[in-house]
Design a protein around this ligand. Structure first.
Ligand SMILES: [Mg+2]
Length: 284
């Protein structure tokens, strides 16, 4: 089904926007987001929540939310494993008597707790010489990623996944952890060990359901991403938007023609969002 067929039937429905960060809302080079500033302001004016859905940790995402004026909104960290749910969004669950266990900070773990991840990771360390963030000093993570020391320390604050380096083949690593209910994915720089079945889409559907319950009406979801680990996110929303890479290439979208941002990074994000909002207003 193409983007056109997926287009909203109720353009006046409350909007909820999910976005990947690196290479999507944040520029590939320099991690800037100013190109999207006007679109962010337009979403804020509409009262449309913008939810970060990232492989970064919650500790890394919180300062970014703050800088972009989005503090207090939900967050999806560590590739869908960690979801922060603000109090107002939790009310429908509590009213329904749902037994989802939130931490005192309002976080629900949709993956495996970090202690369990590290327990399984010990096999990869022993049998394949894998080295994880839990084994590295912040300085080493900084050197490998180009993050500053403070951000590298935040990247170490894992809750349910372990990035690691290893010379073994991903298929071999996957097989080694499958019996423990875990899997291995390939990121840009690192492998990631995480619970099998954990992805960005599961977390997006969870938050979209909560928001619809809170608003007591169907909501219209938009999702933006640039990489293969964003496919579950893009499939979980009503309007998927693919942001191209700086070289003009883009994520292969198996389901037909996606809505495509006109440029890479924050500029493309911003222009795509402004156009989309104008289209929705035109339909209303
Ligand atoms: Mg990305």
């Amino acid at each position: 089904m193409g983007a056109e067929e997926r287009a909203p039937c109720a353009p006046e429905a409350p909007l909820l926007v999910f976005t990947d960060l690196d290479g999507t809302l944040l520029d590939h080079h320099g991690y800037g987001w100013q190109g999207a500033a006007a679109a962010l302001a337009a979403l804020k004016e509409r009262g449309a929540p913008l939810v970060f859905v990232s492989s970064k940790t919650r500790a890394e995402l919180l300062p970014l939310q703050e800088q972009m004026g989005l503090a207090g909104l939900p967050l999806v960290a560590e590739n869908g494993g960690v979801v922060f749910v603000p109090p107002a969004w939790r009310d429908p669950l509590e009213a329904a008597g749902d037994q989802i266990s939130f931490s005192p900070a309002g976080v629900v773990c949709l993956g495996a707790p970090y202690a369990r991840v590290r327990q399984v990771f010990a096999r990869l360390r022993q049998d394949y010489g894998a080295v994880g963030f839990g084994d590295m000093e912040a300085a080493e993570i900084a050197a490998r990623t180009g993050l500053d020391l403070r951000s590298a320390a935040r990247a170490k604050e894992r809750e349910c996944s372990e990035p690691f380096v290893c010379h073994a083949d991903v298929a071999v690593l996957k097989k080694a952890v499958a019996s423990a209910g875990m899997t291995v994915t390939c990121g840009g720089r690192f492998f990631h060990l995480l619970a099998a079945g954990q992805d960005k889409g599961k977390a997006v559907r969870f938050l979209a359901t909560l928001y619809a319950q809170m608003r007591k009406q169907p909501v219209l979801t938009i999702g933006l991403g640039d990489a293969p680990n964003d496919l579950p996110l893009l499939r979980a929303v009503d309007i998927p938007v693919v942001v191209p890479r700086p070289d003009g290439s883009r994520l292969a979208w198996p389901e037909g023609r996606p809505r495509l941002a006109p440029l890479a990074g924050s500029q493309g994000w911003g222009e795509a969002m402004i156009r989309l909002l104008a289209e929705l207003d035109g339909q209303a």
